[in-house]
Design a protein. Structure first.
Length: 368
């Protein structure tokens, strides 16, 4: 019988590390990373790989300009071709260490819909229990501009949530966070981040230094927020050198984002979500009540936006438009519009049925 793993580690590999500028694979480097993964596998550490690179690989095979990112249809076609080559390579290299690879292609909807998220979590649990190494990528061949992660950094953090992982390592073409953007010529390296607040987010931009990938430091910081809220540590380290995981273990050179959250599984999923069906703006009194652990009552609502139904995820903003919470609506948008600013004692008369205790109950809400 296989013993329980010491820990579960999610490793995200960026496109610029897997693929050269001409679209060819960096096979020799990847073989060293797989050796690192195999070593941890032997140490009874479960490893999940989130791998970019399918679009860049497919674009080269199809002869598409701009690395396959000239249009959505180009990216979708490139991904469908490149994913075969990418998954085959991972499977081949892991097999050399007697490790079984498993492929999972996920979309944003898979992670945002609660039922599909739980299905993905169950699949990951079974694969890790069977000592396989899941290789995960966004399903770019069907994703749209409006409904997609757009980067694998945030996907890695969401996968870590689903797998109840202990750590996430983002392998990048830079060695961590600097207090200026990637384009700056100078900047102070930051080795430890206690909390990803507005000051930390201001240090990033959305560009990538290589031009091959789709993320940038902004997406990495957003991933760190998702992971931290779920109680998962996240590190950004350089993948430019061979054996990058072993190098990090020996040198500790990288940026570590501490885990601050202790939310339960449901609230962790809510807090890490990237989409919502609507927005509810509240007054200062309601915002203060939420910060103290209260539910959202109709009396504190200023405006609503969107066409949400009961049990849909909604964002809650303060009077300045800043998102302060996410939660599951207890009323649909139509009924919410009718009870804006109303006291709880008035709701039954307005709606014609016995009201629920809150528009968003505190047990179905998470502060962000």
């Amino acid at each position: 019988m296989t013993s329980s793993p010491k820990e579960t580690l999610v490793v995200k590999v960026g496109s610029s590390l897997l693929v050269n500028e001409d679209g060819s694979l960096r096979r020799e480097w990847l073989a060293t990373l797989v050796s690192d993964i195999a070593k941890r596998h032997q140490e009874n550490i479960s490893v999940i790989i989130v791998s970019s690179g399918s679009i860049a690989l497919g674009a080269r095979k199809l002869g598409l300009k701009k690395g396959g990112r000239d249009s959505l249809s180009d990216a979708q076609a490139a991904a469908s071709v490149g994913q075969i080559a990418l998954s085959s390579l991972w499977s081949e290299l892991l097999a050399e260490h007697d490790i079984t690879a498993a492929q999972m292609l996920l979309t944003l909807d898979d992670m945002e819909d609660r039922k599909r998220y739980l299905n993905a979590a169950a699949t990951l649990e079974k694969l890790l229990e069977s000592r396989a190494v899941p290789v995960i990528n966004e399903n770019d061949s069907v994703a749209t501009d409006e409904i997609r992660f757009g980067d694998n950094d945030r996907l890695a953090a969401r996968v870590a949530q689903a797998a109840s992982a202990d750590r996430v390592i983002l392998l990048s073409d830079i060695d961590g966070l600097y207090d200026r953007s990637a384009g700056a010529t100078e900047g102070q390296f930051i080795g430890l981040v206690e909390q990803v607040d507005d000051r930390i987010m201001a240090m990033a931009d959305g560009s990538t230094s290589s031009g091959i990938g789709s993320g940038g430091m902004t997406s990495k910081l957003e991933a760190a927020k998702i992971a931290s809220f779920a109680g998962i540590e996240l590190s950004i380290i350089s993948g430019r050198e061979e054996y990058p995981l072993e190098r990090y273990a020996l040198t500790n050179v990288g940026t570590l984002f501490k885990a601050n959250g202790n939310a339960n599984a449901r609230k962790s999923w809510l807090g890490g979500g990237l989409t919502s069906a609507g927005t509810i703006a509240v007054d200062d009194g309601a915002a203060e009540a939420l910060q103290k652990g209260g539910s959202l009552l109709s009396a504190g609502i200023i405006t609503i936006e969107g066409q949400f139904e009961r049990s849909d995820i909604v964002k809650i903003t303060d009077s300045d438009g800043k998102v302060i919470a996410r939660g599951l609506a207890e009323y649909n948008a139509l009924d919410c519009a009718k009870i804006i600013g109303r006291r709880s004692s008035e709701l039954e008369a307005v709606l014609g049925y016995a009201p629920r205790s809150a528009v968003v109950h505190r047990n179905q809400m998470v502060l962000v």
